[in-house]
Design a protein around this ligand. Structure first.
Ligand SMILES: *Cc1c(COP(=O)(O)O)cnc(C)c1O
Length: 434
């Protein structure tokens, strides 16, 4: 066992001042048990905790660190921006450059607005869709996460066609009533809702490559079917690419799937590790936004020069090094193949879902292509496996229904060590389990 005394002491102290001791729930290790690790520093593929232990990192701050921790070009960009002034609350050239860059990388985006988180991006995109269509209801999919705005914190009741019920106290029934829940990869479930709410649906919002019920790719006929349905019914199609944007391809999941949404939302990589989100899309839709149009949306620190500089450095690097995606594909495929070999040796046929450098090791032997098949995973076994990996210095997302991320900083030694540790960890977890 690693010594994590300082982490444990900090967590105890934190719990006195911060609800649950953390500023975002999943960091608390609730679903895997144990004490969350407090970190001190990160470089490349590795992070060091406050007790001096080193870990190979497969979270990458939940997605932003496509190039690992603190790549020189991002650190330099932030440093230059600090010296010019950290905030003006007035326009800067960085914002124009950022907007042009995103529009050039993601063809469906003709206009864009910067915000400070993925949550802000998705809630604002829905407001725009409602303002544009004059309709109130939206459709989301069970298991998709779009940040923590009230009307997204809804899960399906037993009947997917009925109004959703709030997942969290504090979300009103009024808010829940306008959010209709469909089944991922099930076009019929979407059609049924649209049929029984004719001319009332403002938007359908979806993670085109889902990452928040574990990694799950939208099937072609499903996503093409949704695109067609939205065209026929005048519904705004929103791709939530907060995780998949710039992760699975320079143009995001929409490039991989070959489907053009009306609006897209971004976060994570677009900020280079600083707090940034963005939403954008068709010019006619985005033009309803204030001050060009009547739909209000604002932010004191939106387009902040430090955040823009970090994001610009990340996106410019992607644009000038498109070969990183084949490198990421190669190392991620290598990792997956190693895990699958281990499964064979151990006589297990666990499902691994992967799209580029996003991957989930599901602890279920059935194919995972829906929310229902994802939640069939053995989360207890995952918890044991997680802690075995942690003890071997490998930091995975501390919950089964998350994506792990490979970065360009992961070396072949890193990958080989991970595959070896996966074998030992799974073996130990299985024997403790039985
Ligand atoms: C992370 C995430 C969000 C929320 O972004 P925050 O910056 O955490 O508010 C929204 N949608 C998806 C798909 C995400 O992965």
């Amino acid at each position: 066992m690693k010594t994590i005394d300082k982490s444990a002491a900090l967590f105890t102290e934190a719990a006195n001042y911060i609800p649950g001791g953390v500023n975002s729930p999943v960091r608390a290790f609730k679903s895997v048990g144990g004490t969350p690790i407090f970190f001190q520093s990160g470089k490349g593929s590795k992070m060091k905790d406050v007790d001096g232990n080193e870990y190979l990192d497969y979270i990458g701050s939940w997605g932003p660190h496509l190039f690992g921790h603190n790549p020189r070009f991002i650190v330099n960009a932030i440093t230059r921006a600090i010296n010019d002034g950290v905030s003006f609350g007035a326009p800067t050239a960085h914002e124009v450059e950022m907007a042009k860059l995103v529009c050039s990388m993601v063809p469906s985006v003709e206009m864009i607005r910067m915000v400070n988180s993925g949550t802000e991006a998705t809630m604002s995109a829905v407001r725009v869709a409602r303002g544009f269509t004059g309709r109130e209801k939206i459709i989301k999919f069970e298991g998709c996460y779009h940040g923590h705005a009230d009307f997204f914190l809804i899960k399906a009741g037993s009947g997917a066609l009925t109004f959703g019920v709030p997942t969290s106290p504090g979300v009103t029934n009024g808010n829940a009533a306008d959010t209709l829940i469909a089944d991922y990869n099930n076009l019929t479930s979407v059609k049924k809702i649209v049929d029984s709410n004719k001319a009332e649906i403002a938007a359908i919002i979806i993670e085109p490559v889902a990452g928040n019920m574990g990694v799950l790719r939208a099937k072609d006929e499903f996503i093409y079917g949704i695109r067609k349905l939205c065209d026929e019914e005048g519904i705004v199609l929103i791709f939530d690419e907060v995780m998949s944007g710039f992760r699975v391809a320079p143009g995001g999941a929409q490039e991989v799937l070959g489907v053009k949404p009306d609006l897209s939302t971004f976060g994570k990589i677009i900020g280079g590790g600083l707090p940034v989100g963005a939403f954008g899309g068709r010019k006619d839709i985005m033009s309803v936004l204030a001050p060009a149009g009547p739909v209000y949306q604002a932010g004191t620190l939106s387009g902040n020069p430090l955040a823009m500089s970090a994001g610009l450095a990340a996106l410019s690097h992607i644009k000038s090094h498109p070969e990183i995606y084949s490198q990421l594909e190669e190392s991620s495929a290598y990792l997956q193949a190693g895990f699958e070999d281990n499964h064979k040796i151990l006589g297990k046929n666990y499902s691994i879902n992967r799209v580029g450098s996003m991957m989930t090791l599901f602890f279920t032997e059935s194919m995972v292509d829906s929310y229902q098949t994802a939640v069939a995973s053995d989360t207890k076994l995952f918890g044991r496996f997680f802690h075995e990996m942690l003890n071997r210095g490998i930091y995975l997302p501390p919950a089964q229904f998350e994506a792990l991320f490979v970065s360009t900083a992961h070396t072949s030694q890193d990958l080989d060590y991970t595959i070896k540790s996966h074998y030992e960890s799974l073996k130990a977890a299985l024997s403790a389990h039985s």
